[in-house]
Write a protein that binds this ligand. Structure first.
Ligand code: ADP
Ligand code: MG
Length: 283
């Protein structure tokens, strides 16, 4: 189908962020629902990267449309992920039960494995960029700062993204020889995300502390992740989180290793999926 912006009705705002505004839209002719991300700045890179991806674990981009607001703007016509982002689910439902969390981690890892195999690094993994469907599927979204690695080198030095989810070697590249392995950086961010959903709040600062740059720098580069109280997590989940949050990126687990971790392979797949579905469903 050839889509035009004029063929859609805007129904609601789904989200606003640095990258743009995301609307829930309906295609008038077919009544099909989509998400439309209207990008504020030139975001050719996001469109380019999304255009080459097709995975059940990555939000699908159906078309890139020129947006009318100003020259150079584009809008991405995305599959509508009806359960919204995990930060919203967590705000609505509180801390995630471990079964649901195992399913989130398993599917997010499948998404990262798909991306990394295509030399795409996300660099902005966090709860607001993981979307859930009412059927209990997780989709990696927001490729606003993602990049394709060049063949020549595995390392990159870009310094963008959300500081709170940034790994120590991205926060302070000088301390690590000025470069880092961006795939390992995605693993760190996933670890912080899983811990956040488990605790029901941002985990690396004391509750209530403002996440300013200096406090984050101290916590991420020099602090230790919070000790979880007894009974707050199974040994498998504790081990999974510490494997993601190794400060030394050379010792951090890879996506492939994490997919084989007991927390992931040991989960009851049906029960986990069900728990996630329950959590996403509106109360
Ligand atoms: P930004 O670059 O501004 O962070 P995102 O792509 O992360 O843009 O989208 C912002 C928010 O909009 C997300 O956190 C989510 O709540 C919502 N959103 C984005 N894409 C979709 C989608 N395909 N389906 C449903 N909600 C979406
Ligand atoms: Mg986002």
């Amino acid at each position: 189908t050839q889509f035009r912006l004029a063929d859609f009705d805007r129904l609601a705002v789904l989200g606003r962020g640095n990258g743009g505004t995301v609307y829930k839209v309906r295609h008038r002719e077919t009544c099909a629902l989509y998400a439309l991300k209207v990008l504020h700045e030139d975001a050719g890179a996001e469109a380019d990267i999304l255009g080459r991806l097709a995975s059940p674990f990555v939000v699908r981009c159906h078309a890139v449309l020129p947006a009318s607001c100003s020259a150079g703007d584009v809008a991405l016509l995305l599959e509508l992920v009806d359960g919204g982002s995990l930060d919203a689910v967590s705000r609505r439902r509180g801390a995630f039960a471990e079964a649901a969390l195992a399913e989130v981690a398993a599917q997010a890892l499948s998404g990262l494995a798909y991306l990394h195999a295509r030399r795409v690094v996300h660099l902005d993994v966090k709860p607001s960029n993981l979307l859930a469907t009412a059927a209990g599927e997780i989709k990696v979204a927001d490729f606003g700062i993602a990049r394709v690695l060049s063949r020549s080198g595995d390392h990159c030095t870009s310094y963008v993204g959300t500081a709170a989810y940034m790994s120590p070697e991205r926060f302070d590249p000088e301390a690590h020889g000025g470069h880092y392995d961006p795939c390992a950086a995605d693993v760190w961010s996933l670890g912080v995300t899983v811990l956040e959903l488990l605790m029901g709040r941002y985990p690396l600062l004391p509750a209530g502390q403002q996440p300013n740059w200096a406090a984050l720098m101290c916590a991420i580069c020099f602090g230790e992740p919070p000790a979880l109280p007894d009974g707050a997590a199974s040994p498998e989940l504790r081990s999974f989180i510490s494997a993601c949050l190794h400060k030394d990126y050379c010792r951090r687990a890879s996506v492939a290793e994490l997919l084989a971790h007991p927390f992931i392979v040991g989960r009851d797949v049906l029960a986990s999926r069900d728990a996630l579905q329950q959590l996403v469903a509106e109360a």
